[in-house]
Design a protein around this ligand. Structure first.
Ligand code: NAP
Length: 351
């Protein structure tokens, strides 16, 4: 089978680089286009990128010439977007109107009423909104979003519990890695020896996106899940991997053993289909009260799993636990790629 050509918009940034690293040896996709701002356009990728990942930049990719994203053109029909939300707001619709299939990491269209916000295991049926989106907007292409990195891993842990017992309420306090702010991100003088509370809408995303994702899609509409979420978000001096301390109130009484079983047995369509980027297990359970830890656990399932530990009764709600997830892999590029793999499997990424 010949590979599907794909492009990365925002290719020089933290998420763009992660896309390149995950796509460089992908069995189904082949990078043909790298797009960024006019600052990088027209130059060899290897000369403009400040490569911050430990795996080497492949020579073939380094030799590609960066194209201007605002020209709204690319050879590949499938484009992974790692644009800032402000740029995504105008550029993603431009590409979709020209027939491109956009898998976006930006927040610009996540809450739009005709845009699927998808975690592949949780709500693949929301992708059925795409024909309605195309009809309403007059596009041949489409936009599919994946969630905020913190929200992604929160859902990774809440969805198994919601399926098994019903989640009524959740309280989450986050400790989010520096790479979540992009490159170069927060100045090191602000972050070293420090913790910075989030002030840019992060808490609202964590409180609303999971309800769209865990909600239903019927009669052409998304119905949000009935649950109350409250978030306290903080940036901490960790390179990669967001940690979240979670308390939940459940609709049904349960035991610690049943909760562990719900996490352990949780699987979705990507695992059933054996999609190339699907983690198995989806939720990686860790033993002991001192885990999960970012340095030790963020690469579970190749960075695609949500790691859960410290499951215990909660004095305020019913149960509490800690979770950890890689923010630029499952929380960004890897999540987008898994969505695209499902669409490719269904034959819905025709050239
Ligand atoms: P970043 O490191 O700041 O990278 C931004 C990228 O966008 C760069 O490639 C930059 O290209 C390009 N860009 C900026 N302005 C542009 C313009 N006017 N036209 C075309 N390209 C432009 O940001 P990031 O962390 O990779 O985040 C990318 C997106 O993913 C954001 O929407 C972010 O919220 C989202 N996200 C990030 C994470 C994470 O963990 N970092 C997780 C989930 C979602 P130049 O180098 O040419 O300026």
């Amino acid at each position: 089978m010949s590979k599907i050509p794909v492009g990365v918009i925002g290719a020089t940034g933290a998420v763009g680089q992660r896309f390149i690293s995950l796509l460089a040896h992908h069995p189904w996709f082949e990078i043909t286009d790298l797009l960024a701002s006019e600052r990088s356009a027209g130059r060899r990728y290897g000369d403009v990128v400040n490569w911050i990942l430990s795996d080497p930049l492949p020579a073939r990719i380094a030799n590609l010439t960066v194209q201007r994203a605002d020209a709204g053109a690319a050879r590949a029909r499938v484009l992974f977007s790692a644009l800032p939300a402000s740029e995504a707001r105008t550029l993603e619709p431009l590409f979709a109107s020209r027939g491109h299939y956009i898998f976006s990491n930006a927040s610009a269209f996540r809450m739009a009423e005709d845009v699927p916000l998808v975690i592949t295991e949780v709500n693949p049926d929301h992708l059925d909104m795409i024909p309605l989106q195309q009809a309403r907007r007059g596009w041949e292409g489409f936009i599919v979003c994946n969630a905020n990195c913190t929200a992604t891993h929160l859902v990774g842990a809440l969805h198994p519990l919601h399926q098994a017992f019903g989640v009524k309420k959740a309280f989450v306090a986050t400790l989010q890695a520096a790479s979540g702010a992009g490159y170069p991100g927060i100045p090191s003088m602000d972050l070293i020896d420090n913790i910075v509370p989030h002030s840019y809408g992060e808490e609202e995303k964590v409180e609303t996106e999971p309800r769209k994702i865990m909600g239903t899609f019927a009669n052409g509409q998304f119905q949000f899940a009935e649950m109350t979420l409250t978030a306290h978000c903080h940036r901490v001096p960790v390179l990669d991997g967001h940690t979240e301390a979670v308390s939940v109130a459940l609709a049904r009484e349960t035991t610690r053993e049943a909760i562990i079983d719900a996490f352990r047995s949780y699987r979705g369509l990507p695992q059933e289909l054996g999609l190339p980027s699907a983690p198995d297990p989806v939720v990686a359970l860790v033993e002991g009260m001192h885990r999960p830890q970012p340095r030790l656990d963020r690469m579970a399932g190749g960075g695609m799993a949500t790691v859960v530990g410290r499951i215990r009764p909660c004095n305020l709600l019913d149960w509490r636990f800690s979770l950890l997830g890689h923010n630029t892999i499952r929380g960004a590029a890897g999540g987008s790629i898994l969505n695209a793999e499902l669409m490719a499997h269904w034959g819905r990424l025709s050239p």
